[in-house]
Write a protein that binds this ligand. Structure first.
Ligand code: FES
Length: 176
């Protein structure tokens, strides 16, 4: 059983008690690496078990996403932490500030409007730390803690991108 603990979907399976014991046993058997090739020809019951396993995995992923605010988001902030556009220390300082301020302002998390992602390169590689905010596609450079605060207050809270502090604006077209 210890080997299964890194399979996140397995951890919630016990809550789905309506599934048959056979299905549970099949999942355990097929989750073991050495048995996976033997499970290439699955019986109908095994296919049911597989579907249950996949549906549990999707449910977990959806819950994790909701916990991070997915479904309610209005802005997604990408921050490059260097090392080519800025030092790792500069990038880390701004990233830490962003995380703390999003939490303090109540902007991130379940039901909240802002999502943050740190990246290793936005392919600008100068005058960093560089920050990209979607959906408006506003590219900010030389972002320090003060500038990040202005981005949060003006762009994310008031919905007004700071155009005179951006080096490029490129909203992505939406096709329906
Ligand atoms: S390293 Fe920051 S944009 Fe490339």
């Amino acid at each position: 059983m210890e080997k299964l603990q890194h399979w996140p979907a397995f951890q919630v399976f016990p809550v789905r008690k309506s599934r048959s014991i056979t299905a549970v046993i099949t999942i355990i058997r097929c989750s073991k690496p050495r048995n996976r090739s033997a499970c290439s020809k699955w019986s109908p019951m095994e296919k049911v078990a597989q579907a249950a396993f996949i549906s549990s995995a999707i449910a977990i992923t959806q819950e994790v996403a909701r916990e991070s605010g997915v479904g309610c988001l209005r802005h997604h902030i990408f921050l490059c932490r260097g090392p080519r556009c800025c030092s790792k220390e500069q990038g880390e300082t701004v990233w830490k500030y962003l995380k703390e301020r999003l939490k303090a302002l109540g902007l991130a998390g379940r039901g909240k409007p802002v999502y943050r992602t740190k990246v290793d390169c936005l392919r600008i590689c100068q005058n960093g730390p560089n920050v990209l905010v979607y959906p408006e596609g506003v590219w900010y450079h030389q972002v320090d803690e003060q500038k990040m605060e202005r981005i949060l207050q003006n762009h994310c809270i008031q919905g007004k991108p700071i155009k005179n502090e951006a080096f490029a604006i490129n909203p992505l077209p939406i096709h329906h």
